[in-house]
Design a protein around this ligand. Structure first.
Ligand code: ADP
Ligand code: MG
Length: 233
């Protein structure tokens, strides 16, 4: 569960108001797109959720917990429940596919026995069982992103955030990534996808939150338009 209550974010370095009184609730198990032009405030939302930054105003609850109350030493544990995928994949180039996924488990203190069980499992989930021993530079972009997805899912997070996951992919590979995200969602993981790939968003018929200049201008549930101004006057 993610809840933003009147959240504003003004960056102190630039005085830029990236978010202005943003409110939304994402229930456990939802699939949500966050869309909007470059600079609208999408990544700021993801950084607030992962507690990389704290809002200048308002509160953020993750699974009922106010993130401002999380102590510095608790942050790594808090983040274990959030898988992240980025546009640029961020794989470790000197490690094989298998080792990239295993590494995510090693840093959370998972036993070798568990790692040997989990890695083949998540690589199977993204259709890369046959590429376990390949180096990242021998993979296509779509395959690299699938490794990143497997790695993000290795610790079985309740929430997966993908910030422009298809930004570097052709339409076929983008579609494949979206299929895998839907599949992961079917198994109960909450999914937040930041994108400006409008075609994908329209085709997938999932909830869409649109942000413009730091303000939510649309929160549309599976195609039925919900006007945010409703009932305000
Ligand atoms: P998006 O992901 O939608 O492109 P961002 O959330 O990254 O947008 O940025 C929203 C606004 O906040 C932009 O005007 C951007 O320049 C500004 N911004 C983002 N990160 C920082 C930062 N670390 N310091 C100062 N300003 C920032
Ligand atoms: Mg961004």
């Amino acid at each position: 569960m993610i809840m933003f209550n009147n959240v504003s974010m003004q960056y102190s370095e630039t005085n830029e108001v990236a978010l202005n009184k943003v409110n939304f609730l994402v229930e456990k198990g939802e699939f949500v797109f966050i869309i909007g032009a470059s600079g609208a405030g999408k990544s700021t939302i993801t950084h607030l959720i992962t507690r990389e930054i704290q809002p200048t105003e308002g509160t953020i609850l993750i699974n009922g917990k106010d993130t401002s109350t999380i102590k510095r030493r608790q942050i790594p544990y808090f983040r274990r429940n959030i898988g992240m995928v980025f546009q640029d994949f961020r794989l470790l180039e000197s490690k094989t596919v298998y080792e990239n996924v295993a590494f995510a488990l090693e840093i959370t203190g998972t036993s070798s026995k568990q790692i040997r069980r989990i890695v083949p499992n998540v690589l199977g989930m993204v259709g890369l069982s046959a590429k376990a021993n390949v180096m990242p530079n021998q993979l296509s972009g779509g395959e690299m992103q699938r490794v990143a997805l497997a790695r993000a899912m290795a610790n079985d997070p309740g929430l997966l955030i993908a910030d422009e996951p298809t930004g570097n992919l052709d339409p076929t590979n983008a579609e494949e990534i979206m299929k895998i995200l839907l599949d992961i969602n079917k198994h109960g993981t909450t999914i937040l996808v930041v994108t400006h790939d409008v075609n994908t968003v329209n085709r997938m018929k999932q909830r869409v939150i649109e942000i413009q200049n730091g303000i939510i201008v649309r929160d549309e549930q599976e195609g039925s338009y919900v006007c945010m101004e409703e009932g305000v006057e």
